[in-house]
Structure formats: C-alpha cells, structure tokens
Design a protein around this ligand. Sequence first.
Ligand code: SF4
Ligand code: SF4
Length: 166
Amino acid sequence: MVLIDYELKKRVMDAHIHDTLKYCYQCNRCTDVCPVADIAPNRYNPRNVILNSFLGFKGNILGVEDNFNLWGCTMCDTCDEVCPQKIELTEIFIVLKNMAIKRNEGPDYYTTQASAIYDNGKAIPPQPAIERRREQMGLPKIEPPSIDEVQKILKQTKLNTIINKE
Ligand code: SF4
Ligand code: SF4
C-alpha cells in the first residue's frame, strides 16, 4: 500500500502551480511528446510522476530503486508547451528533484558536475587542447570565470553542503 504524504502534496502545490495540478486529467499528451519517454518508456513517464505528485504518493517517486523515474527528465520543457491544462510539469519536477537531493538520492553525475562548477567556476574546466584549437582558428581567448563569485552564489544556495565543500 502506498501512503499519502501530505507534505509532498503541499510542497508541489505551493510551487508556483497552486491548484492547477489537480486539473490534470491524465490525457497523456505530456508522455506522448516526451523524448525521454519515447526512448525509455518503461523507465520514464511524466504523466505518472504528475499523478503520483497530485496524489501525494511519495513512495512511488522518491526512494525508488531506479531514480531515472525522476532524473530521466532533461527539462526540455516540451511537455509544458503541450499540456492542455497549462500545468507546469518542469516546475513540479524541480521541486521533486530538490527533495531527492536533500535525501541524498541525486545521481552521481549531478553532484560531480556541481563540484566541477564549484571548483572551476564552469562546468567544463579550461583545457589546453581547447585553447590551442581556438588559437589555431583565430578565436579570442576565453576569459576565466570569477571562481570566488561563483562559489559565493553556490554557498547562498547551500549547494556547497550537498557536495561537501567548505
Ligand atoms: S498533458 Fe497535462 S493534463 Fe495531460 S496528463 Fe500531462 S500533465 Fe496531465
Ligand atoms: S521536460 Fe522532461 S518530462 Fe517534459 S518532455 Fe522534456 S524530458 Fe519529458
């Protein structure tokens, strides 16, 4: 039996969507257009995530064996554009992903990428090979980011505590 988690329901409802979620009539358009559901129909289904969010069935969303059920979403926004009820699915997915991160259930590639941004101020650190190639092509040098500024912002969001940085 799946228990109803009212806190999850409230968090989702409060996330800029108020009560629009309850008007999801499970038409499946979101899943029909989703490129991820198209290639991995057995692992990812946005309509299901929305249904479980609306019902507060936390156990069907978080703490499941295959977290692709949530992290498979690439946030491409295609579903948002076609939902006849104007439900902002990706807003809901952000809330759920943040909850998953707090429970330490985020995929490793997310925290690895976040660490790279924290350490280097950008997702892809400067690489001599890229610099050489740019020079050969007559492209200007890439200005290095202000790592201090980036870290200041990330500390404000408390991301540093999630990726175990000072
Ligand atoms: S497209 Fe909108 S109304 Fe239809 S199932 Fe998806 S979220 Fe619900
Ligand atoms: S935002 Fe996520 S759920 Fe929506 S279509 Fe893109 S990948 Fe699918």
